[in-house]
Ligand binder design. Structure first.
Ligand SMILES: CCCCCCC[C@H](O)CC(=O)SCCNC(=O)CCNC(=O)[C@H](O)C(C)(C)COP(=O)([O-])OP(=O)([O-])OC[C@H]1O[C@@H](n2cnc3c(N)ncnc32)[C@H](O)[C@@H]1OP(=O)([O-])[O-]
Length: 718
């Protein structure tokens, strides 16, 4: 709703009230309309201020209302009512003015912002476009190039930038409401003719055609199949070709197309999923709201390779004192230089103070003795990690949380090396650790709820999205990757090329196809793991070369590694590069010949595999593993899996995540295709539909928010 008061006798103040972000729900819109009429009808009132409760102007339309029948006064006429008012209306922007919130402010005659406020039109990130006049008013106010940039990226601008662009009229370090009231008094009675943005002329400039062409090219390139950015450009284009009223009609048309699209549903689902993962729970009953994190003032990182460096940077930027340990002096010096450079670049980019003095470097593990939390980040080697955990258990003060940065090793095995296994958790960072937003926080069967809560909180402090996951081989992300990769290898055996498989996945929206990713991260990483698992059998021939433990196995990755083809770092992998460390992947005739020769050796007849089969086999194998993970209680809900895949594995956000996508395709369809492929390839375990997907499909495929009801609770592990 909206609250009305009168200040200094002549200023009507309308305060939006809808915690936590004063979203424009039906009640708020009704409140604004009612209170505007009241302010306009009271003769003593000479001007009006619109502000938001609790220091937040407005977070935009109420996204939760999108699925329901829209009630209440519509936004567009409400904003027109404000703009058409004969008394000056001033927006007092504190906190945020986003989406419909900024559109509301653009309908006001003046805008005053607090210096810490953020303004933007982030609708594109929800699969929409600004649908309450934003695409028509903003270009008229600040010109086409700046408006296009803000609308197609959805980024938030600072108050200072908004002032520079001309979005706001004044910025204050004090109360924006007080400043707006003063301002409102100063403009009472003045003509508003030049203040109604909808009456401004259409933006004109000789190079507009070129600007739009460039913008369209850029969004098509970067959108990877997302339709909202392209539609945003079309809507802004209407502001230069059509008069305001017609432009609004065009905006409405384009908005309606997006509003009902699967992509908008996926992006809005993802918006809430990313927030839902912080409300974690475990099968043993530990929960976010009943588990208190411990205070952490001092953290330590052991091992300053690529991951340890990134983790140290993240911790220092979160304001913690950090002890960074690397036992070899030469490596320590190198790491120190590299970390300083990373901190400097990051401080410059983010406009924050340098956090270099937060980190103390040391050659001795003893230096971590008084840390509240230690993150071990040495190589992915269980024996080495075990030794370090034994050492830490003797060195650290009682109560220190011991974390391991691992992408898949057994947390419980490490915990068993310590005197306090309840204080051990996994923290799976993604490279580069100071940039990537995702953190898998892994609880073992003996991790205490308090330890889990502390690690989750730590992730949040570092600006990560932390997802709590159970302990199993590969956790959630890498465990699902295995059947996906496996299918990609099998497709090569059956006749596809890496380029064809990658093209299909990139057309689907992945940032990179599976083979390009493999070249980037290094083929030797998986090879080492497979060797440790006894899967690599050099020189094996005949049928047994392609079978392990009774299931189909492809040794293609192993064979490439045996040739020293580790990917980008060696200049050869699934593709060729102009030099070791080169970035541009080019098809490699040698590899094509190698595949032909491999097929001939194993009696495999190459066939033409259509795009749909390539996509279905890769994605459905991955999704099937996701259902198995839910069934095993490793992830608490589908949202956890989807957030992990979007933030950590390049899954296109506009497709919501693998589990959401499965729901969108239809669980019965996914099940039917899995059954079909499993019939064709009975020796591929990853294609055997898991019982949870069967159960859901048999129960008329309930919507994703109800899947948890169908997951059998595993017995308590604690
Ligand atoms: C036919 C219809 C015609 C309409 C015309 C179109 C109008 C318009 O162009 C469309 C829009 O405005 S589209 C909208 C464009 N606006 C946007 O895209 C802004 C989206 N919001 C944000 O970016 C961030 O929430 C803020 C930066 C506002 C705050 O960040 P922070 O401080 O880190 O806080 P936090 O943790 O992020 O959120 C706290 C809680 O608030 C919740 N919630 C938030 N916004 C909501 C909303 N609009 N609604 C509902 N709920 C919203 C959020 O879910 C969470 O709830 P939980 O139950 O506690 O989990």
């Amino acid at each position: 709703m909206a609250f009305y008061s009168r200040v200094s006798g002549s200023v009507g103040v309308i305060t939006l009230q809808n915690p936590p972000v004063n979203a424009l729900s039906a009640a708020v819109r009704q409140g604004i309309v009612d209170t505007m009429h009241r302010a306009l009808s009271e003769p003593e009132v000479k001007s009006v201020v619109i502000c938001g409760q609790n220091g937040k102007f407005c977070g935009g339309a109420d996204i939760r209302e999108f699925g329901a029948n829209m009630r209440g006064p519509p936004l567009v006429p409400m904003i027109h009512l404000i703009e058409a008012a004969e008394k000056p209306v001033v927006a007092a922007i504190e906190g945020v003015a986003l989406g419909g919130g900024l559109e509301l402010a653009l309908g006001c005659h003046y805008r005053i912002a607090h210096s810490k406020a953020r303004l933007g039109l982030p609708e594109v990130t929800l699969g929409l476009l600004p649908g309450a006049g934003g695409t028509q008013r903003l270009p008229r106010l600040i010109g086409v190039p700046a408006a296009l940039e803000l609308i197609t990226t959805g980024r938030h601008a600072t108050a200072a930038e908004a002032l520079q662009l001309g979005i706001v009229d004044e910025v204050t370090d004090h109360s924006a409401v007080d400043a707006a009231v003063k301002f409102a008094q100063s403009v009472a009675g003045k003509s508003l003719d030049a203040r109604r943005i909808s009456t401004y002329p259409r933006p004109r400039s000789p190079d507009l055609a070129e600007i739009f062409e460039k913008a369209m090219k850029e969004v098509r390139r970067s959108a990877r199949g997302a339709i909202a950015p392209v539609t945003c450009v079309q809507a802004v284009h209407a502001s230069v070709t059509l008069p305001y009223a017609k432009g609004m009609e065009r905006e409405r048309e384009l908005f309606s197309t997006l509003f009902t699209s699967g992509q908008a549903h996926a992006l809005q689902y993802y918006f809430f999923a990313q927030r839902a993962v912080s409300r974690w729970s475990t099968p043993s009953g530990a929960r976010w709201d009943t588990s208190k994190p411990r205070p952490v003032h001092k953290a330590a990182v052991i091992g300053l390779g690529t991951m340890g460096r990134g983790i140290s940077v993240s911790l220092a930027q979160a304001g913690l004192s950090v002890v960074a340990v690397e036992t070899q002096e030469k490596q320590l010096l190198e790491a120190k230089q590299a970390v300083s450079g990373m901190l400097e670049r990051s401080a410059k980019r983010r406009g924050v103070p340098l956090a270099d003095d937060k980190i103390k470097y040391n050659c001795s593990v003893q230096a971590v003795a008084d840390a509240d939390l230690v993150i071990e980040a040495v190589f992915e080697d269980m024996a080495l990690k075990k030794t370090i955990f034994q050492q830490l258990s003797g060195i650290c003060k009682p109560g220190t949380l011991l974390c391991t940065n691992t992408s898949g090793l057994d947390i419980d095995e490490l915990a068993s090396q310590t005197q306090s296994p309840e204080l051990v958790v996994g923290m799976h960072f993604f490279a580069p650790a100071h940039v990537m937003k995702l953190l898998e926080v892994v609880y073992g069967p003996r991790s205490s709820p308090e330890a889990l809560a502390t690690a989750m909180e730590m992730g949040k402090k570092m600006g990560k999205v932390s997802v709590a996951v159970g302990n199993c081989r590969g956790f959630v992300g890498n465990r699902m990757l295995k059947p996906y990769l496996e299918q990609a290898f099998f497709l090569l055996e059956e006749g596809a090329t890496p380029e064809q498989v990658d093209q299909v996945l990139e057309e689907f929206g992945f940032a990179m196809g599976v083979f390009k990713v493999s070249d980037l991260s290094g083929l030797d990483v998986g090879w080492k793991v497979r060797k440790a698992d006894g899967l690599v059998v050099p020189g094996s021939t005949g049928k047994s070369a392609r079978i392990r433990g009774g299931s189909r196995y492809s040794p293609l990755g192993d064979l490439l590694c045996e040739q020293g083809r580790f990917g980008q770092k060696t200049g050869r992998g699934w593709y060729q590069y102009d030099k070791p460390g080169g970035r541009v992947a080019k098809p490699d005739p040698w590899l094509h010949g190698f595949l032909e020769e491999y097929r001939a050796r194993h009696g495999l007849v190459a066939r033409r595999i259509d795009h749909q089969e390539m996509l279905e086999r890769c994605l459905y194998a991955l999704i099937n593993e996701g259902f198995q993970i839910l069934q095993d209680g490793i992830a608490a809900g589908p949202e956890d899996i989807d957030v992990i895949y979007v933030l950590g594995y390049g899954w296109p956000r506009h497709r919501g995540g693998p589990m959401f996508y499965a729901g969108l395709v239809g669980l019965d369809k996914v099940l039917e295709r899995l059954e079909h492929y499993h019939q064709v390839y009975p020796d591929v375990l990853g294609l055997k539909p898991c019982s949870l997907i069967r159960k859901l499909a048999a129960s008329s495929s309930p919507p994703i928010h109800r899947w948890r009801e169908f997951i059998q609770k595993p017995r308590s592990q604690l």
